[in-house]
Design a protein around this ligand. Structure first.
Ligand code: AMP
Ligand code: GLY
Length: 424
């Protein structure tokens, strides 16, 4: 079949790499893709949020099956538009994607279906929001309602700081998303991400991963889209997995179906493992970036076959996916300045040599080729160095060896402590 993959990040390069290995895939087109995806697929210069452009591409190229990587096209209703054209697609409808696009929707949904999550209140009035702070204990968890590129959450330690943040939210720091604010109870525990696929009725659990949201070593600095990830997560037990499935994921799939918005796609649960069991921090309606990259390197089964079955509502006929046990880490190389402003167009060398190292696979994110064939950094997060090993130590040392010895990019930086919790 002819497959269109929407997106251009490290997540999509990893998906493209895996989809290309499927015997079901005759041709893969990526829109818009990046310099790494260009090496293994055809790329069309249509951006992921250009819905009419993407629909035109599907018609012109006679696409059989569409896979949506990022959240923006989902929230803009790409899946509904493709359904209307009779095109098979893996991803949730606009209504179902509210599990990611609206935090208020998800919190209210959790209450309706008895899914464990932090207690919360929603405010559209700044004075009421400020007054509510007196009923909460610090640290205060403040969240913008809509999509804010992973940056719409702040956790001030003091009431004065929290009031100042609320003023910034309501004066448009996150656009309209920040004018509806959730104030949540602060949950203690350790965080984990767990992934599953649903076809609307059946849940196919995948595996767990750990990401690193802060920009700098020691979990310091601003929040980012993610600076690295690893899987498996040591200490994550079968009992943890079962509790997440029974208390959170299964009720979500059944609840969404009962409410008339069956969820077909990836359920990416951000979880706090507390003394009272797992609690939902948030849902995303797509794979994580950089978590997807480590998942794809651990997956032995045919990804495309699973996605096609999900789109057809036939996940009950699919065997449980098979995974390598060998640990995989992903270290993100980002442009100096990220997540703030950064330079574009700087030259990167050494990626081909890096890919020859044992256990290493580099996935591109914000890259493109110059007319002279040089690899250029064009985004904030630029490369993902994934490495597999017999142990976490070996995987980590393989990734950093490549970064220190092969990759030549003076304008980039990475965290030097990815997987530190697993190494402890
Ligand atoms: P979110 O975008 O909702 O995943 O939140 C971003 C980060 O804020 C999470 O990864 C957690 O580290 C933290 N966080 C969010 N909500 C809470 C909460 N209720 N209690 C403690 N930490 C939280
Ligand atoms: N790494 C977190 C995300 O993809 O949202």
């Amino acid at each position: 079949m002819k497959v269109l993959l929407i997106g251009s990040g490290g997540r999509e390069h990893a998906l493209a790499w895996k989809i290309k290995q499927s015997p079901l895939c005759d041709q893969l087109i990526c829109a818009p893709g990046n310099a790494g995806m260009e090496e293994i697929a055809d790329c069309a210069p249509v951006k992921a949020d250009n819905i009419s452009g993407l629909l035109g591409l599907v018609t012109d190229e006679a696409i059989d099956f569409v896979v949506v990587g990022p959240e923006q096209p989902l929230a803009l209703g790409i899946v509904d538009a493709l359904h209307a054209k009779g095109i098979a697609v893996f991803g949730p409808t606009e209504l179902a994607a509210q599990l990611e696009s609206s935090k208020v929707f998800t919190k209210d949904f959790c209450i309706r279906h008895d899914i464990p999550t932090a207690k919360y209140e929603v405010f559209t009035d700044i004075d009421e929001a400020k007054a509510f702070l007196s009923e909460m204990h610090p640290p205060f968890v403040l969240k913008a309602d809509g999509l804010a590129a992973g940056k719409g959450v702040v956790i001030p330690e003091t009431r004065t700081e929290a009031e100042k943040e609320l003023e910034e939210f309501f004066s448009g720091k996150f656009g309209d998303a920040g004018k509806c604010v959730l104030i949540e109870e602060f949950m203690r525990g350790h965080e984990i991400s767990f992934f599953a696929i649903s076809d609307g009725q059946t849940l196919l659990p995948l595996i767990e991963a750990q990401d690193h949201k802060r920009a700098f070593d020691g979990d310091k600095g601003p929040n980012t889209g993610g600076m690295g990830a690893y899987s498996p997560v040591p200490g994550f037990s079968e009992a943890d997995r079962d509790a997440i499935i029974d208390k959170i994921l299964d009720p979500t799939v059944h609840g969404m179906a009962r409410e008339g918005m069956p969820f077909c796609g990836v359920l990416f649960a951000g979880l706090m493992m507390t003394d009272e069991g797992p609690k939902l921090i948030e849902y995303n309606a797509r794979l994580g970036d950089p978590e997807c990259q480590v998942l794809m390197r651990r997956l032995d089964s045919d990804l495309l076959a699973i996605l096609v079955a999900a789109a057809k509502g036939e996940l009950d006929k699919v065997d449980p996916p098979q995974w390598h046990d060998d640990p995989v880490v992903n270290v993100v190389l980002a442009a100096n300045g990220y997540p703030g402003s950064y330079e574009k167009g700087t030259v990167i060398k050494g990626v081909d040599a890096a890919n020859l190292e044992t256990g290493v696979q580099v996935f591109h994110a914000g890259t493109s080729r110059s007319n002279q064939g040089e690899l250029l950094a064009m985004g904030g997060r630029v490369l993902n160095i994934t490495a597999q090993g017999k142990s976490v130590e070996q995987a980590v040392s393989r990734a950093y060896k490549v970064i220190n010895e092969q990759i030549d990019w003076p304008n980039g930086f990475c965290r030097t402590d990815i997987a530190y919790q697993a190494l402890k």
